[in-house]
Design a protein around this ligand. Sequence first.
Ligand code: TRP
Ligand code: ZN
Length: 873
Amino acid sequence: MKQEKIYLKDYKEPAFTVDSVNLDFNLNEDFCRVVAKSQVRRTEAGAALHLNGEELKLVSIKINDKPLSADQYQITAEELIVPSVPDSFTLEIETELQPQNNTSLEGLYKSNGIFCTQCEAQGFRKITFFFDRPDVMTSYSVTIEADKQKYPVLLSNGDRIKIEDLGNGRHKAFWKDPHKKPCYLFALVAGDLGVIRDTFTTVNGRKVNLEVYAAHGKQERCWHAMDSLKKSMKWDEEVFGLEYDLNDYMIVAIDDFNAGAMENKGLNIFNSRLVLADSNSATDVDFHSIESVVAHEYFHNWTGNRVTLRDWFQLSLKEGLTVFRDQEFSADMTDRGVQRIEDVDALRAGQFAEDAGPNAHPVRPESCMAVDNFFTMTIYEKGSEVIRMMQKIVGRKGFRKGMDEYFRRHDGQAVTTEDFASAIATPNGKDFTQFRRWYHQAGTPVVTIQENFDAAKGELTVTLEQSCPATPGQPHKEPFHIPLMMGLLDKSGSDLKLNCDKITVNSDGKNLIELKEQKEVYTFTGLKDRPVLSILREFSAPINLKWEASEEDLYFLMEKDTDSFNRREMAQKISLRLLHKLIDQARNKQALNVDPRFVKAVSAIIADESMDPSFKAKMLQLPSYAVLAQEEAVLDAEAFYQARTALRQAIAKENRGALLNIYRKFHNVEPKSRDTKVFGHRSLKNQALTYLAELHDPEIMEIVNKQYWEAQNMTDRMTAMMILADSESAHREKALQNFYEDWKNDSVVLNKWFTAQATTNRKQVLEDVKALTKHPAFNITNPNNVYSLLRAFGANLVRFNDPNTNAYEFYADKILEIDTKNPQVAARLCAAFNFVQKLEPAMKEKALTQIKRMVAVESLSKNSRELLQSALS
Ligand code: TRP
Ligand code: ZN
């Protein structure tokens, strides 16, 4: 197997342009014929024709209608090469595919009898020989011929031209996309599908037909996706002035899909788990994810499709920006403060870990083996943070000005992250030269804070110093341009006016420090008493703050900060300090001593009737194991578990009555409502129940069991099932059995059953997971099954890293098995080994043995190899 790297520095402009392409699909049960007819022009004198193509059977190739003989072209593992071609010509290529045998789920494949495509990043080259690169944009017309009864629905991008009955039991659809696009946005769907329809009238009066397709019988679960689509269309008009540009917008739900969803022009293809929902089958979190992913794919129409990528190293140009846009949308649809907390939690748990591990890479990488491995938390979530920092620096109004400039300059083009940064900076009179280091340097910067208050002078000096840990290939880092939103609070918790000449006030009137040097000192004058510093408000930069603030200040901020993000952040900081002590005690086999002061503060939060319930739920959440693994020098899973459990138990014990009150107050109030406020109530009361379950009190387990059996929505049912699954309660087996019986024919919902069992803290969870991989409902070729059982288990830090088992060996076996069928899915499992350097010697040895075993397999895909190999160096 070839293991060549590709490099950004090798980028060359395409040597040919394609004025138009016509794709003709003839779909059958045992083979499919594809005829691609392109109008091609050479732009680089004398260049030979190189077309990408993999695993393809070439039937014929013609230039200007003349078939080429075998000596006029060559085919390698990755290319079709024609050394000599005219300057301008018609290229006609016929290939034969076997979608029914395609298990990689890229290119053209079949899912439950439905033909569908996934071309991003490089799947189009498995359909025909073509310029499979995003900077070759062209006009597509498509015809699809298939059996009329088996495939009544025939879809592709753009406008429906017509559908012809061929009379012989087959029919043929004609589509034309009026917008030029790169081939990764091409899509085709053919199958027997149910559909729901609605319309949206754009700001300029264009009536758009909206269609959501799903398996027959499931279409009634598509209305939430439809509502989310309409909300997204409206929001993009209002917030960014962006209007939809076709007469049709289609979403198709597919059961076998490697990722979440795909923004193909006019024809989004979705993992069915991100479309199908009703209150019986989906949790509040599912409803929220569907809304945000539908929005994400819709927003790509402008950020990704109208303006696309020059090359795959620029992936964050569209993904970071589109995540930023979907996060802003969610903030407007729900609660801005709570949304920010959730986004930062996800960033910390996932992206910070990635940035600290063997696969750390910049937001704009410079090299890679497998382009598919670019779809990371760094490209998406950190990419979004980079955009958010720009927005913080120039303010919301300034950011809108920059976005307008971006579309004015680049609509219809394939561009770079540099082009984006320049479009935001110029109209705002900013220079982002230093700022661009966020794109080029990997690793999470560390900012340390020193404070000194001079009472006599009435001056506070704040010294900030930044550094950034070394990452693979980048031993030394230059200073970043870091926007730190901040304020100073007086004793009553009110924001003071800031007297400091080094403060930036952005176009929203927000105060921020722009740290640019390695070390800078800020002096605040005119202060009567020592103020309390509140910094990194709204998490204005993706950094680690090292701040030895006094306990007094932390508790003060947790109670009083005017920035809700920071109130919750301080609660996390205090818990982390405490957990650190408890972990030490556990590691030293000492009794665990929970600080009563913290428990008292938490009790006050629980009792606070004035606090918004969804915010309260966030305040009560302790840092996840994934965050602990980053904070602690050693990943000692058992000690983490003991420490976190001791803290949760102490809180539950002290607040048994108060938590029960919360439970009774909100349980079964509007159980069918999908209102954001009701979501908040439900999440708080379910959190109260989860805390109470720590008490192992039979009376509580009765309440949990009752909630399981009487639940009127999936959120309640799932919460109860998770608690029971993680218990030794006598009710456990019956509930799990019942859930299975209810949902065994509904794979999207049954995945919750797999996850509930893979994420427990039970000692025998590895045995449970092993058994479930043999369960008739588990299909290793279905990505959702793999993610909900195996990936969920790999993310179960406590049990995946349990020294009493060899979960690593089992996991490596599964990665190897999946890798032969679907490299993209296998590669996504490899992240479970990212913590290897933090393990204790014996565990580390065990993990490295498995990684070496996998890398030694010669046929291992480049996807998995790239990710595993780095863990060894
Ligand atoms: N572009 C998609 C998105 O962000 C991601 C995606 C869809 C993807 N399918 C994929 C990434 C397959 C890798 C492989 O919305
Ligand atoms: Zn995306």
